[in-house]
Design a protein around this ligand. Structure first.
Ligand code: NAP
Length: 306
């Protein structure tokens, strides 16, 4: 069967595209690698900035998006995309299950957690090292943990962990945080969060589990050991764009280059959500991309070119 459009990924961008595609009566298939839809939003404790839905958990909003797409009859399958080939006017998606063909492709594969790349990070993954406070925070109830980073995620993680942990150190490499001011204020008001600024984690230490981390304060040129039982690394994201690296133009960080119309450098391939070059990576901008991508797909199908 030749689909009108295949959407890779079922986070907010992919599901928004699926919803718009169903309403446009496009013959659509969504391919998701993970067992659950929602993407990175599943790792977020609370989403407070999506208009009209205040104070919802990331998991709940992810499920709401999925239910919406399901209710409109979207076809969503689980498979790993292994390769993509271009053939005349169609795109062939080779997956771990079977091959699928479509006139258009929307890449909505999102992004993944960036690694600190320090000694002990890999060794202690799952034994004190985590990239997801909402998934693993409960294991550290009453304990002392560190959060690394200065963006929205690090601030949110510190606040979330402070509810159950005895003490949370928030370690950032600079003096200023880049996360939202409202989160910075909340962090500063929280008694059991201690800020450690101008510092980098240089090593994660322990026997079976983490027992401490080594820090370097580059302003004071001092090293110190900090006793913690867990470390939550929240230092940003990297795009999941490897599968299309030879197909569409990317910037030097691997983000797929496209504007608001979501058109990539290749005819019939569109990009939506965090994997696209853009100013602001949030649920609302991902959902907006999904809608725009379907508008571009409809246009492409009607006139046969981007
Ligand atoms: P981010 O905004 O890119 O922040 C990453 C932080 O990690 C920065 O403070 C950065 O330091 C630091 N960092 C990067 N590499 C590092 C390294 N090797 N060692 C130490 N520190 C390092 O990433 P994020 O917080 O994961 O957020 C990702 C995206 O999701 C952002 O666009 C964010 O706005 C969005 N988001 C939004 C919300 C919300 O609206 N509520 C919630 C979650 C996420 P520097 O500041 O020095 O560069």
């Amino acid at each position: 069967m030749l689909y009108d459009v295949i959407i890779l990924g079922s986070g907010p961008a992919g599901l928004s595209a699926a919803i718009y595609a169903q309403r446009a009566r496009l013959n659509t298939l969504v391919i998701e690698e993970k067992p659950l839809s929602g993407g990175q939003i599943l790792d977020t404790y609370e989403v407070d900035n999506y208009p009209g839905i205040w104070g919802i958990t990331g998991f709940e909003i992810g499920q709401k998006f999925r239910t919406h797409a399901d209710k409109l009859g979207a076809k969503i399958i689980n498979a790993e995309v292994l390769n993509i080939k271009l053939q005349e006017n169609k795109k062939i998606i080779e997956t771990s299950k079977e091959n699928y063909e479509a006139k258009c492709l929307i890449i909505a594969t999102g992004a993944r957690h960036r690694k600190l790349e320090v000694l002990g990070e890999e060794k202690f993954f799952g034994r004190g090292v985590s990239y997801c406070a909402t998934c693993d925070g409960a294991f550290f109830k009453g304990k002392t943990v560190a959060v690394v980073g200065g963006g929205d995620v690090a601030l949110e993680d510190a606040l979330f962990l402070a509810r159950g942990c005895e003490k949370v150190y928030l370690i950032h490499r600079r003096e200023e945080f880049r996360g939202a001011k409202i989160l910075q204020e909340k962090v500063k008001e929280t008694e059991n969060i201690e800020l450690i600024l101008n510092s980098n984690v240089t090593e994660i230490c322990g026997e079976e589990q983490i027992s401490s981390i080594m820090l370097h304060n580059h302003k004071e040129k001092m090293n110190k050991e900090l006793e913690v039982q867990g470390i939550f690394i929240a230092i940003g994201i990297e795009p999941n764009s490897a599968v299309v690296k030879d197909l569409v133009a990317q910037d030097n960080q691997g983000y797929i280059i496209a504007g608001e119309d979501t058109k990539t450098s290749t005819e019939g391939i569109f990009v939506a959500g965090d994997v696209r070059t853009k100013q602001l990576r949030q649920v609302i901008t991902a959902a907006s991309d999904g809608a725009n991508a379907i508008t571009s797909v409809e246009h492409y199908i009607q006139i046969g070119k981007q």
